[in-house]
Design a protein around this ligand. Structure first.
Ligand code: UN1
Length: 476
């Protein structure tokens, strides 16, 4: 059984949870200890006690620890990528790529540790100097979702540690395996006991302690809109810094002048890879009338050519859905789409494979209108729809008509439209001729409206959340 890491010790929980392979539900990936509320509080206490030592340990020690994690993640990419795909269901290629991404994130922040800058400027009073510096926030509570079991933990934990914070980390209950492996590596990276703590368990128990505790100074969360809102409301009562990444209903606009190969690739990659289980996934193709028939027929052909199967089989392009509940949601939305009058142009069926798993064929709807629920609500599965429009202006209006604002894409060869789109799209990320999902690790990530709240994640912009600013005045 895999245990929790609290104050440098591996400790048993008060319950056990099985980690099940969604490609083969007879395969138990492992058993994981579930912490109770008292253990979550203990982890917060030790994190609080250890934070000062860590922040005073110096930038070289912190950079070395992060580089240790980077090197080990990269060296073990095959093994950890296999574990990730086994527990989450994305393909092995995607699993390995995600582990590599986690390694690169740690390496990036190993460098950033050495580059924390401040400002020095004269005061308006003669002979007085002003210094502006960045300091750690304190104890950071990190809560991560199931769809990126190692990359999202990495992009929250690495900057938290880089800037001298201590961490209490609660991974998703569904996929604790990759998170545990990451925690085990971090436990050997040379950081003092208590600086990094792993507390697996339920959001309503462990997560709730993070939000309630006065000793948790900042909370970084990726997950559902409902949970995110609830966390933000409770965290505001305790005046905690909060960073939330939530849903998306990301549009991909395809204009008449688009390169059709690029557009189809953006659609397939963006909507269906990783089984569509990404908050950055494209789920609305907004397609201009003259190219609509050709686009639909090419997307349908491309979908037919995709192999849905066991995540670890080499010919698989699309793995299973993560669990029974998500599969039910996806199937419900296929029904809702039909019921609303959209045409199911491809897929949406439950599939049987060699092993018992949560398989469905990617679903593609046409004859969709912007008012339909399948065009407005986040599904978080391999379900996308095409909406036909007359003009670029109409496409932009439909794209912006959403409660979400994470990522948006356009496929066009027109510089004028691409430029206008980048300026007018009300999202945190705008993509021209590249998929809406699959972002770089060294630049800021985040959205607007109901998608995100608080400072951006990743890249050098991570300092905004993971540090606080001090202004010091000195008269010489
Ligand atoms: C990506 O598209 O590369 O939960 C990353 C998610 C996002 C990460 C997407 N926070 O899907």
């Amino acid at each position: 059984m895999k245990l929790n890491l609290i104050g440098g010790d591996w400790v048993e929980g008060s319950a056990i949870r099985q980690n099940i392979n969604p490609s083969d539900v007879d395969d138990v990936v492992g058993e994981y200890a579930q912490a109770d509320a008292a253990q979550a509080r203990m982890a917060i206490d030790v994190a609080d006690a250890a934070q000062r030592t860590w922040s005073l340990s110096g930038i070289q020690a912190r950079s070395n620890a992060l580089e240790f994690n980077a090197a080990e993640l990269l060296a073990r990419q095959q093994e950890l990528g296999t574990l990730l795909s086994r527990e989450e269901g994305k393909t092995l290629a995607e699993g390995i790529a995600e582990v590599v991404r986690a390694g690169q994130i740690f390496r990036f922040f190993a460098g950033e540790t050495l580059r924390v800058c401040g400002h020095r400027l004269p005061s308006v009073r003669p002979l007085v100097d002003v210094e502006i510096t960045r300091e750690p926030v304190g104890v950071v509570g990190i809560i991560t979702p199931w769809n990126f079991p190692i990359a999202i933990p990495a992009w929250k934990i690495a900057p938290a540690l880089a800037y001298g914070n201590s961490v209490v980390f609660k991974p998703s209950d569904l996929v604790p395996g990759s998170a545990w492996a990451l925690a085990e590596i971090i436990s050997r990276s040379g950081i003092p006991a208590g600086v990094f703590n792993l507390v697996m368990g339920r959001g309503s128990i462990v997560g709730n302690e993070f939000v309630k505790s006065e000793k948790v100074d900042a909370l970084s969360f990726t997950g559902s809109v409902d949970t995110g809102r609830r966390l933000a409301e409770q965290a505001a009562r305790g005046l905690k810094k909060t960073q939330l990444e939530m849903g998306g209903k990301n549009p991909l606009i395809v204009l008449n002048d688009a390169d059709l190969d690029i557009a189809v690739n953006c659609a397939i990659q963006g909507a269906y890879y990783s089984t569509g289980q990404r908050c950055t996934a494209s789920s609305r193709f907004i397609v201009q009338k003259d190219i609509h028939a050709r686009f639909v027929s090419r997307v349908r052909d491309a979908l037919k050519a995709l192999n849905v199967g066991h995540a670890l089989e080499p010919e698989t392009n699309i793995g299973p859905v993560v669990d029974a509940e998500q599969l039910r949601t996806d199937q419900d939305y296929v029904e809702i789409g039909r019921h609303e009058g959209a045409t199911l142009a491809y897929g949406g069926e439950l599939l049987t494979r060699r092993t018992p798993g949560y398989y469905m064929s990617p679903a593609f709807f046409t004859d969709t209108t912007p008012e339909m629920r399948i065009a407005r609500e986040e599904i978080f599965g391999p379900v996308a729809c095409a909406i036909a429009v007359d003009t670029y202006e109409e496409a932009l209006d439909v794209a912006n008509d959403s409660e979400f604002g994470l990522s948006a894409g356009i496929c066009t060869t027109s510089l004028k439209h691409a430029t206008h789109f980048k300026r007018q799209m009300q999202t945190g990320m705008a993509m021209v001729n590249v998929p809406t999902a699959g972002v770089d690790y060294h630049v800021p990530f985040g959205g607007t409206k109901g998608s995100s709240y608080g400072p951006r994640e990743q890249g050098s912009y991570a300092t905004e959340f993971f540090t606080r600013v001090k202004t010091a005045y000195t008269q010489a």
